[in-house]
Each structure stands twice: as structure tokens, then as C-alpha cells.
Design a protein around this ligand. Structure first.
Ligand code: NDP
Ligand code: HSE
Length: 431
């Protein structure tokens, strides 16, 4: 007996899912133990031209009706609604669901997890984080016997492409985004990528899995790359760094010693010799640190129709096998219920770039502000300034410090009479 598969969405990812379901039907049937029959493809507009691999007879705008006649529902339409309602309807009807929708899982994953748990059905979402890279399953299942302490990585290909172009060609932010749009990496409205929303949703999903604690996208400290200038990139190069948009989720205590997690997405300086610095173009790479396993690195294509479809089909085969052979995948694991601390609890190194008056005592005054907040300096580099030009630039690199102490330092530096401007404050990771 065949398994009925409904596909919600036939865009960049959906088209490639349809292609794999069609062209690899025999192999998929052999792996599952039963044929997968694509019974319909829900779209918004029937008149939109489609790839030849898409059978026009399968297209429908009645997504609600479609999910009710499926054993497996694949959601690759994106957005919060109607995707959430359709998935809930599919789950309530007993279908197994596979989704690539990180925005929905990052915002309201618990509603879906609870519904799937109550219905005793599978909810799989490998494609929602880092496209083709097997990462959700390793964190959710392979490392379930270990204790993860940190997840650090590049989880957005568009921003990595933009920053890579700025680094290698000297382009400004706007020009690099325009180029990414021409190549089809960035959307016409690039906000979700460049402002870090996409990475924050992925970080929330990874943190929830890694720390057995509910983390929503609202818990993630988020800074995008639109404020990164060609000057920041050039300065990074001069000090042996590149700038990357990183997602960091770590388990650590706050100032009161309460164990918890901090999840953040922001541009950061990465030393050129660190493997993340070598992640070029639209690729993704994620380090997972676990107590027994040590450090693991996952690398590959984090976006694109075919790579993402690969991850979707992997999930489809798994949930379909469960239908044929019995069994069920993991449910939401949130037993740890750790506190989710604000960014102030994070601890890392910083580079503070200042324009200051160039006269005796200025360096000492600046260093004193860092010292007052217990922030230890690793090095200071001065450029500019002369007997004639009475302004210089200082690049201050700190040792590891708590974010709240660094923030207080920066606030006091702004108020210092000798500080003319704070040109940038960047975290330094992987050093
Ligand atoms: P697209 O915008 O290319 O495709 C979306 C598809 O969903 C279209 O076929 C569209 O129909 C259909 N759709 C949208 N809204 C509705 C609706 N209300 N009713 C019925 N159909 C609808 O998106 P992508 O393929 O790029 O992304 C899909 C999902 O995969 C998203 O959640 C995304 O975050 C995720 N993802 C995408 C990756 C990528 O590289 N693109 C990588 C990893 C995850 P129509 O064609 O008629 O407009
Ligand atoms: N827009 C995302 C990226 C792909 O650039 O990585 C979908 O997750």
C-alpha cells in the first residue's frame, strides 16, 4: 500500500522536493518499504509558471482539503499563517509532518510539538536549520546521551555571502546586498536575512534542542549586519580577523550564579585562522561542543532548493518508515527548563574602536574606564594622531568579559570628554 504525500508549497524548495519525489520514486519506495504517492501540491496561484517536473494536475489552492487526505504532509510554503493552521490540521488528522519553516518553529514551535505529541505523530524539521546540513538530528538524537555546552556557527548563507564579498572585494554593504539579490541569494526584501531574524529563528531551534529548554525567537538577542561598514571590514583585516554573522547558544550562569542559557545572533570578529573564517560564500558551518564528544563541526550548503530538499526528503523517508514499520521520532524535550538569561549574562571578548583626543593621559583615562568595570585589556592599538593632528583612533581588545560589564564600560566611555566617538563595538569569537 502506498503512502499519500501532500506538498504545501512549490517554490524554490517545493519544486526540488517534487523533483526528488518524482525522479527518485523507486529508490525512495525501496528505502521506505512502500511507495510514496504525491497526491497534491498546494500553491497560492495556479497561473504561476512551474518547472516541467511539476505535474499541473496535482496543483491545488485548496491546501486545507489536501492535508486531510495525506499520511505525510510536507510544508515548504513558509510564513506563520496559514502554515501553522495547516500543520495543526494535518497533525489533528493523524498525518506525520515535515517542515522547513524555521520562522514558524522559532516563533511557535511548542504549539506544534504539543499537538504532535498529543496526536502521537511525527514532527520533523531538519531543513529548518542550515539547509542540507544534518544538524537537527545530530543535536536532537545523536547527542542525546551527551551534555551540549555550546553551539556556535554561521547559519545564514545570504549574510555570509554579503560579508564575504565585503571582505574579499572591498564592496560596501549596500552593493554586496545588491549583488546577493542579483545572484538569487537575497530576497527582494532582504530584511529577514540581513537583520538576523532568520538566524535568530534557527538559533532558537538549536538552543531548544541542545539545552532541553524552550527558547523562542523572542529570547534571542539579535543584531543584523546592516550596520557593518567597509571600514569595519578593513579594520578586521588589519587585525587578522574577518567579520561573520554568528549564532551563539551557550549554557552558562548569570551574575547571580543561576545556571541558564544565553542565545545571541550578531556580527563578530573571527580570527582568520579559525575554521569559521574560511566559510566562504553562502555556505554554513556550525560547531557543537559537548562534554563527552568534545567539539564537532558541521559544514555545507545552508540554503538553496536542492540542498534543502535533500534534508526534507531525509525526514520524509524517516517518518514514512515509521508509518510502515511502526515507531515514532522524538517529542519535544524541555525537562531541563533552564532560565533563558538576557544578553548581559553572555561572556566573550570585545574590540572597541574609538576616536579620541590625542594628548597626554588619554590612553590612561580610557584604560581606567575599562578597569573600573573589571574588564581586562588584552591589547591596544593606536593609529593616526601627530603633533599637528590632535585626534587618534584606538582599537582596544579585551580579555573575556561579561556583556553587562562591557555595556557599562561603553556607556562611560561615551561620557568621557576625551572620547570623540565610538566607531564600533564588536564581539570577538573563536579566539
Ligand atoms: P518560496 O517563496 O520560493 O515558495 C513558497 C511556496 O509556497 C510557493 O509555491 C507559494 O505559492 C506557496 N505558498 C505561499 N503561501 C501560500 C498559501 N497561503 N497557500 C498556498 N500556497 C502558498 O519559498 P522557499 O521555497 O524559498 O521556502 C519555503 C520554506 O522553506 C520557508 O519556510 C523557508 O524558510 C524554508 N527554507 C528555504 C530555504 C531556501 O533556500 N529557499 C532554505 C531552508 C529553508 P505560489 O508558487 O503560487 O506563489
Ligand atoms: N535565507 C536563508 C539563508 C536560507 O540565506 O541562509 C533559508 O534558511
Amino acid at each position: 500500500m502506498s503512502l499519500r504525500v501532500a506538498l504545501l508549497g512549490c517554490g524554490v524548495v517545493g519544486t526540488e522536493v517534487a523533483r526528488l519525489l518524482t525522479t527518485q520514486a523507486d529508490e525512495l519506495a525501496a528505502r521506505v518499504g512502500a511507495p510514496l504517492e504525491l497526491v497534491g501540491i498546494a500553491v497560492r496561484d495556479l497561473a504561476t509558471p512551474r518547472d516541467a517536473v511539476v505535474d499541473p494536475a496535482l496543483l491545488t489552492t485548496d491546501a486545507e482539503g489536501l492535508v486531510e487526505r495525506a499520511d505525510v504532509v510536507i510544508e515548504v510554503m513558509g510564513g506563520i499563517e496559514p502554515a501553522r493552521s495547516l500543520l495543526l490540521r494535518a497533525i489533528a488528522g493523524g498525518a506525520a509532518v515535515v517542515t522547513a519553516n524555521k520562522a514558524l518553529l522559532g516563533e511557535d514551535g511548542p504549539t506544534l510539538y504539543a499537538a504532535a505529541d498529543a496526536a502521537g505523530t511525527d514532527l520533523y524539521f531538519e531543513a529548518a536549520v542550515a539547509g542540507a546540513i544534518p544538524l537537527v538530528r545530530p543535536v536532537r538524537e545523536s547527542l542525546a546521551g551527551d551534555r551540549i555546552t555550546r553551539v556556535l556557527g554561521i547559519v545564514n548563507g545570504t549574510t555570509n555571502y554579503v560579508l564575504d564579498q565585503m571582505t574579499t572585494t572591498g564592496l560596501g554593504f549596500a552593493e554586496a546586498v545588491a549583488q546577493a539579490q542579483e545572484l538569487g541569494y537575497a530576497e527582494a526584501d532582504p530584511t529577514a536575512d540581513v537583520e538576523g531574524f532568520d538566524a535568530a529563528a534557527k538559533a532558537a531551534i538549536l538552543a531548544s534542542l541542545a539545552f532541553h529548554t524552550r527558547v523562542s525567537v523572542a529570547d534571542v538577542h539579535r543584531e543584523g549586519i546592516s550596520g557593518v561598514t567597509a571600514d569595519d571590514v578593513a579594520w578586521a583585516g588589519r587585525t587578522g580577523h574577518v567579520i561573520k554573522l554568528l549564532a551563539v547558544a551557550e549554557r552558562l550562569p548569570d551574575a547571580q550564579g543561576t545556571d541558564g542559557v544565553v542565545v545571541r545572533v550578531h556580527p563578530a570578529l573571527v580570527p582568520v585562522e579559525h575554521p569559521l573564517a574560511g566559510v566562504r560564500g553562502a555556505f554554513n558551518a556550525v560547531f557543537v561542543q559537548a562534554e563527552a564528544a568534545g567539539e564537532l563541526m558541521f559544514y555545507g550548503r545552508g540554503a538553496g532548493g536542492a540542498p534543502t530538499a535533500s534534508a526534507v526528503l531525509g525526514d520524509v523517508v524517516t517518518v514514512a518508515r515509521h508509518r510502515v514499520l511502526g515507531g515514532k521520532g522524538p517529542v519535544e524535550s524541555r525537562y531541563a527548563e533552564l532560565a533563558v538569561h538576557p544578553i548581559g549574562a553572555a561572556r566573550t571578548r570585545y574590540q572597541v574602536h574609538l576616536r579620541v583626543a590625542d594628548r597626554p593621559g588619554v590612553l590612561a583615562a580610557v584604560a581606567a574606564v575599562f578597569a573600573q568595570h573589571g574588564v581586562s585589556l588584552q591589547g591596544v592599538r593606536q593609529s593616526g594622531g601627530s603633533d599637528e593632528v590632535r585626534t587618534a583612533e584606538l582599537l582596544v581588545i579585551t580579555h573575556g568579559a561579561r556583556e553587562s560589564d562591557l555595556a557599562a564600560t561603553v556607556a562611560d566611555l561615551r561620557a568621557l570628554e576625551v572620547v570623540e566617538d565610538i566607531l564600533s563595538v564588536l564581539r570577538v569569537e573563536g579566539a
